[in-house]
Design a binder for this molecule. Structure first.
Ligand code: ZN
Length: 278
């Protein structure tokens, strides 16, 4: 049954050159287990040579998160989130060997931007990645922005060293709306709205099943849609200033980071890496 669903999606025609080209290895680079499914879950089943790299293990230091999932240790919660990722990706036909994690603690990516960027630069070269799908810089979650910055920096570093840089394409995550609400499935206002790709009924069903494997995130995932996905070429960013005027979604919560501080950290990381806007 799963193979039939997957094959039905795999046979869908590509309408855009934004996504995978023939023979190209694609890397989906996301901050947390579930971001790959939120942003590109409807397209993952039709990708032929795909690696999924999750930068954090999805387990924050705050025990409230893991106790809510009936876990007694942070490591146990990280293992649960890994198992959910494996299940979701199995539905998309992506085996566990194609899933890589950098094991950064959830909510700590911003504190490790240089290390993540350098490790990513090496990883992209070693795996000869031709296309990267990743987060936009939109002040939704500090880990998302840290991963976006690390990816842009890694590509810039590889380009500076004479390597052929992969193409960078963004999937949607979430950002803050005008009234402080969470906006999912759209890119933040003021930039390229991206190419809208409708998901057919079979694909919507599959994506709903993929999202449902993330049982520990069921409440968080409720607002995310399964009817369309949007993609766009990644723009060049100034990571030291707000990318839009709606404010940071994460400034409304105690996620251990304020946006004013994030811009300072980003500036320091870029300086250390010898990079400017990228
Ligand atoms: Zn996330």
């Amino acid at each position: 049954m799963e193979d039939q669903v997957r094959d039905g999606v795999r046979g869908a025609p590509e309408r855009s050159l934004l996504l995978q080209r023939s023979g190209e290895r694609i890397a989906v680079i996301a901050a947390h287990p579930d971001d790959e499914t939120i942003g590109a879950g409807g397209h993952l089943p039709r990708m032929e040579d795909v690696l999924v790299l999750t930068v954090t293990d999805g387990a924050p230091a705050d025990e409230a998160d893991w106790k809510a999932a009936n876990c007694s240790h942070r490591d146990e919660y990280a293992a649960l989130r890994r198992a959910e990722l494996v299940s979701s990706m199995a539905l998309a036909g992506i085996s566990a060997e194609r899933l890589e994690c950098f094991h950064v603690q959830d909510q700590q990516a911003s504190a490790n931007i240089e290390a993540i960027a350098l490790r990513l630069a090496r990883w992209l070269r070693e795996h000869e990645v031709g296309l990267v799908l990743t987060h936009p810089f939109e002040m939704g979650h500090p880990d998302h922005d840290a991963v976006a910055l690390a990816v842009h920096a890694a590509v810039a570093l590889n380009g500076r060293n004479g390597g052929a840089p992969p193409r960078l394409v963004e999937f949607t995550s979430y950002h803050r709306g005008p009234s402080g609400e969470l906006i999912a499935g759209l890119f933040a206002p003021g930039g390229d709205p991206g190419e809208v790709r409708d998901l057919d009924g079979t694909t919507r069903t599959l994506k709903r099943r993929m999202l449902a494997t993330y049982r520990s995130q069921a409440r968080v995932l409720a607002p995310f849609r399964t009817d369309v996905e949007r993609f766009r070429p990644a723009p060049t960013y100034d990571f030291t200033a707000p990318p839009h005027g709606s404010g940071a979604y994460y400034d409304m919560f105690n996620w251990g980071m304020r946006s004013e501080h994030w811009f300072l950290i980003a500036g320091e990381a870029l300086k250390t890496l010898g990079l400017g806007p990228c």
